[in-house]
Design a protein around this ligand. Structure first.
Ligand SMILES: [Zn+2]
Ligand SMILES: [Zn+2]
Length: 373
């Protein structure tokens, strides 16, 4: 058995908007059946970490402070709980293997068993939404060790996928994969518009290109992110800084689509006015995949547009173990075509976590990476 210390350093959110505190938390000595203890290799920063840190609307009441922030991460197995010999997709699992893992759904409720939508499980336990004052303490990614709950799906990371990319797959990409699963088939004559050029937008662009659609139009800022998309083969990029007028953007999309509008719009910006704009950009009969709208804002929208345009509007929340597996496979099989490393920005140590979060908050970096091992 690997030698595991008695405690682990972890970056804890103690008060909203205040710097995270590095604390020593106990490492549980015994694991429940089905649980796994990992030594964190890498944790990347997601926009949600920043929203939680700032205590934005919608999350304040759900966070039992203090919590260990971080929910995009990769760990190397150091202890397997009783009964664990394989990952959730049947691959043998041993100490030393790298894994990514899901939040923990109960497996026994209506969402888990009848509708097979475990991300909607009302009893779902979520990393970084769980107090770090009770066992098993280490339930967030910005920590040297993490406790993988017995009911958390876990997937072994293929050797071809570096930990930094696997980490980005464990939230940003798996959510996009879930969205594409819901969208269904994309045709080679279709135009996909993506609202938002952050990690989700760039991953969505790669997946749409991989699907072989006619055009992928990425709307976002700053220009450096759009440049990554162009290098990957995105057909058009629309710089929000250069075209701040929504009516002008709508004209642009129509001009690119023979006046019809986009077949598919994917919303990953979280922007306050993105939703009505996306609806306007869709062709009659189009599909709208909404991932980024997690803020507390409200917008005015004429619901008749959904009827008159006969739209399909699809929401997506998080991802389940199949999406993690597919996300890792997508990275493994498309590394030649897309230089995914362009998404990753600066590397930080755990004690620099506040710098990394601040860089993300100010949009100075696409995806900061905290290297823990
Ligand atoms: Zn996330
Ligand atoms: Zn459930």
């Amino acid at each position: 058995m690997s030698s595991v210390p008695k405690s682990s350093r972890a970056a804890c959110l103690v008060a909203f908007g205040q710097p995270l505190e590095i604390r020593e938390l106990p490492i549980p000595e015994t694991l429940e059946p089905g649980a796994v203890l990992v030594r964190t290799e890498v944790a990347s920063i997601c926009g949600s970490d920043v929203h939680l840190w700032q205590g934005e609307v919608g999350v304040r009441d759900r966070l039992p402070l203090p919590v260990v922030l971080g929910h995009e991460m990769v760990g190397r197995v150091v202890r397997l709980g009783p009964g664990v010999s394989r990952d959730s997709v049947g691959q043998p699992l041993a100490e030393g293997d790298r894994i990514v893992w899901t939040h923990a759904s109960c497996g026994e409720c209506y969402a888990c068993t009848v509708t097979h939508q475990p991300t909607l499980c009302p009893r779902r336990r979520m990393y970084m939404f769980t107090s770090c004052q009770q066992p098993p303490y280490l339930v967030g990614g910005f920590a040297e060790y993490v406790y993988v709950w017995p009911t958390s799906g876990r997937v072994k990371v293929p050797d071809e996928v570096p930990s930094e990319l696997a980490s980005a797959a464990s939230c940003a990409l798996r959510t996009v994969v879930h969205g594409f699963d819901r969208l269904g088939r994309l045709e080679d004559y279709e135009t996909v518009v993506i609202q938002g050029a952050g990690p989700l937008g760039l991953f969505a662009a790669a997946m749409a290109l991989r699907a072989g659609v006619h055009q992928v139009i990425l709307i976002g800022a700053p220009a450096v992110r759009l440049e990554v998309a162009r290098q990957w083969g995105v057909t058009h990029t629309l710089d929000l800084d250069a075209m701040p007028d929504a009516r002008e953007r709508l004209r642009y999309i129509r001009a690119c689509t023979e006046g019809r509008g986009a077949d598919v719009v994917i919303e990953v910006s979280g922007g306050a006015t993105a939703f009505p704009e996306g609806v306007a950009m869709l062709r009659r009969g189009g599909r709208y995949l909404v991932i980024g709208q997690v803020g507390g804002h409200e917008v005015a929208l004429a619901p008749r547009l959904i009827v008159e345009k006969q739209l399909t509007v699809l929401g997506v929340m998080s991802g389940d173990v199949d999406h993690y597996y597919k996300a890792l496979q997508f990275l493994k099989h498309n590394r030649e075509r897309f230089r995914f490393e362009a998404l990753l920005s600066n590397r930080y140590r755990l004690e620099q976590i506040n710098e990394a979060l601040e860089a993300m908050r100010q949009w100075r970096e696409i995806k900061p990476v905290v290297v823990l091992a």
